[in-house]
Design a binder for this molecule. Structure first.
Ligand code: HEC
Ligand code: HEC
Length: 189
């Protein structure tokens, strides 16, 4: 009885440490953060360059690239039809050609076309399929990469990706900090 009272007193007197959110809430929050970020990943400004095939896509309706071009062995086009023979380091407004430094296709194993947020999440975490990146490098890529940045200044009246690149960087950082959980298969943003 006495001992119990003493413990109670000690417990009341000591300052309460910040209660971390229960693991369940944290995982739930992490999944919600990825879903929100996938509004950007699934936008045509990103998916057109992350196709599940050998050709990039164009426009909001993601039609096949016109003129027809192929990714080639290095995802940079083929002889005579290299991406950088048309795409410069910046948008060419008169010719309507979008541009950013080293314009080329995301490798096939980074395809997002036709994938669910969960599938994109799993592959973005997987060093075998994300270009051997750590999670902090994934945050960095989303926050600062120049091809990603183009998604918010696509030129020629194209619809930009949702939000801003800074917001995407923060979302992905918060997703990683909360445990990098992936949404359920059926979940959509
Ligand atoms: C012009 C083509 C192009 C566009 C547009 C593009 N990407 Fe990519 N993306 C690439 C290439 C190429 C790579 C591979 C780069 C590497 O591994 O060095 C890549 C890789 C990535 C990666 C790292 C690997 C992975 O899949 O996890 C992320 C994250 C990414 N892109 C996000 C985006 C987002 C977000 C957008 C739209 C706002 C976007 N990209 C638009 C070409 C593009
Ligand atoms: C012969 C010139 C030419 C070549 C070569 C070329 N492109 Fe394009 N590309 C264009 C033009 C022009 C547009 C704009 C079409 C439009 O918006 O009407 C375009 C648009 C795009 C878009 C669409 C952006 C969007 O979201 O609407 C992507 C992605 C793209 N190109 C990727 C590539 C990649 C990757 C390569 C190399 C494998 C490549 N292109 C090679 C001329 C070219």
């Amino acid at each position: 009885m006495r001992r119990g009272l003493l413990l109670l007193l000690v417990a009341c007197a000591s300052p309460r440490p910040e209660q971390p959110p229960p693991a369940q809430d944290r995982a739930e929050r992490s999944r919600a953060l990825f879903l929100q970020a996938s509004r950007v990943f699934l936008h045509p400004r990103c998916v057109n360059c992350h196709p599940d095939g050998d050709s990039p896509h164009q426009g909001m309706e993601a039609r096949l690239h016109d003129p027809p071009v192929l990714r080639g062995v290095a995802d940079e086009g083929v002889v005579g039809m290299r991406c950088d023979s048309c795409h410069q380091e910046h948008n060419l407004e008169l010719a309507r050609v979008p541009g950013a430094p080293h314009w080329h296709l995301a490798p096939r194993f980074m395809a997002w076309e036709g994938k669910s947020p969960r599938q994109i999440c799993e592959q973005m975490k997987d060093p075998q399929r994300n270009g051997s990146r750590t999670l902090s490098q994934i945050v960095e890529h989303n926050a600062h990469d120049k091809l990603v940045a183009w998604g918010w200044s696509p030129g020629h009246g194209r619809e930009p990706a949702p939000g801003t690149q800074e917001e995407l960087g923060k979302l992905v950082a918060a997703w990683v900090e909360s445990g990098a959980e992936c949404p359920a298969e059926g979940a959509r943003p």
